[in-house]
Design a protein around this ligand. Structure first.
Ligand SMILES: Cc1ncc(COP(=O)(O)O)c(C=O)c1O
Length: 385
């Protein structure tokens, strides 16, 4: 079996991730920060460790600014809905995931915000000059995807950060769902006010983990998203306003966070450079292999220096779901077909409504697997289903 669906969730995980989760389930199991007994204190230590590792990997000075969420969608919703107020303007791009587009569209449809959705090239590139032109006196949020989950296209996020930082009252968020863990992210270097990440993709954590970095001072203007038990200030019936409790309440996915911490430790031990280099080599190999196959169309930059390990294709005469079904059932290759929760990206690429077949690789894929996938596609393009 070949797993080429890492852009949805990375799999397999490093062995240490399974061990950490097993250890939590069997040996700890308690609720973090609530009860004060030994096991509860150990659970809280696991949560703190995950938070501190997340802060370290993204060069965040104060780990209390890393809010633990359950996925990237949670993080993006928290940021968008707590930051934007009546009369604000937000800027985003057509290559965004629905977890950015849909919350923004909802606020727009309710007459709360004005929204500018910037065009991209069909390869997925956004021109930073367009961002600058779109900024208005009431622009509160510029939210840009770091790398496309459809084509892997890496956006000029550092240049956009420079631009947004010149405008008072405008805040900058990147959706790093496809990059966190594989492309180094430094919140200061990128001039980020908000950074949304999932734990279950390139950070090697399990599903049900994620995070949102909230930059200094933003907690003054962003109300809490949900209120409830925090294990702090329990004598009060109003929610605490300090970080991170202001944005975290209810029981955490502590077992998941144990796994996420092990995933980040694996990345730190292995080195982001080594992980990135391996994924880049696989991407190069896959792009070269597919370019030689007649009857297969490839989308996106087709350049491993300008994209993550995500390659979108279509096979002439076949619908994307037919190709995906064939690869899964006949060849044991797991991919994701369709619109990948990015409808506007597919419209820009000219692949709507059928979408594409997305091949997405991770650190644990091999050159042999890439060859196997290329051979399978070659056979399919030649002989059909
Ligand atoms: C670019 C992008 N943003 C956001 C998300 C949402 O992530 P999650 O599934 O962790 O909510 C995804 C998921 O695939 C994604 O690829």
């Amino acid at each position: 079996m070949v797993y080429f669906d890492n852009a949805a969730t990375s799999w397999p995980k490093p062995e240490s991730v399974y061990k950490a989760m097993d250890h939590f389930s069997r040996q700890v199991g308690a609720n973090p920060g609530r009860s004060g007994h030994k096991l509860s204190v150990e659970a809280e230590r696991i949560v703190l460790n995950a938070r501190e590792l997340l802060a370290e990997i993204f060069a965040i000075d104060d780990s209390a600014r890393m809010i633990l969420t359950f996925n990237a969608t949670d993080s993006l919703n928290l940021a968008i809905k707590c930051l934007l107020r009546k009369g604000d303007h937000a800027v985003t791009s057509v290559f965004e995931h629905n977890s950015v587009l849909r919350p923004l569209r909802r606020l727009e449809q309710q007459g709360i915000i004005e929204l500018t959705v910037l065009p991209c090239t069909k390869e997925g590139f956004l021109d930073p000059a367009d961002v600058e032109k779109s900024i208005r006196p009431n622009t509160k949020l510029v939210s840009i995807i770091h790398a496309s989950n459809v084509t892997g296209t890496i956006m000029p996020v550092e240049e956009i950060g420079e631009i947004v930082s010149k405008y008072d009252g405008a805040y900058y968020m990147i959706d790093a769902a496809q990059t966190a863990g594989v492309i180094p992210i430094d919140v200061k270097k990128y001039k980020l006010d908000l950074l949304a990440i999932p734990g279950h993709k390139c950070l090697f954590g399990p599903q049900g983990t994620g995070g949102l970095y909230i930059g200094e001072g933003l907690e003054e203007i962003m109300p809490s998203f949900k209120e409830g038990g925090t294990g702090s200030l329990s004598e009060q019936d109003v929610h605490p306003d300090f970080m991170p409790d202001k944005y975290e309440s209810g029981t955490k996915n502590t077992g998941g966070l144990a796994g996420l911490a092990a995933g980040i430790e694996f990345i730190m031990k292995t080195g982001t450079d080594k992980i990135h280099k391996h994924e880049k080599a696989l991407t190069e190999q896959l792009i070269c292999g597919i370019q030689k196959i007649e009857g297969v169309t490839m989308y996106g930059p087709q350049d491993a220096n300008r994209q993550t390990a995500v390659v979108s294709i279509n096979v002439e005469g076949l619908r994307s779901n037919e190709v995906g079904y064939y690869l899964d059932q006949q060849q044991g290759i797991m991919t994701r077909v369709g619109l990948h929760c990015a409808p506007l990206a597919h419209r820009a690429m000219g692949t709507s409504p059928d979408g594409t077949v997305r091949l997405s690789m991770g650190y644990f894929n091999t050159a042999e697997e890439v060859d196997y996938v290329c051979n399978a596609l070659q056979k399919l393009a030649k002989n059909g289903i």
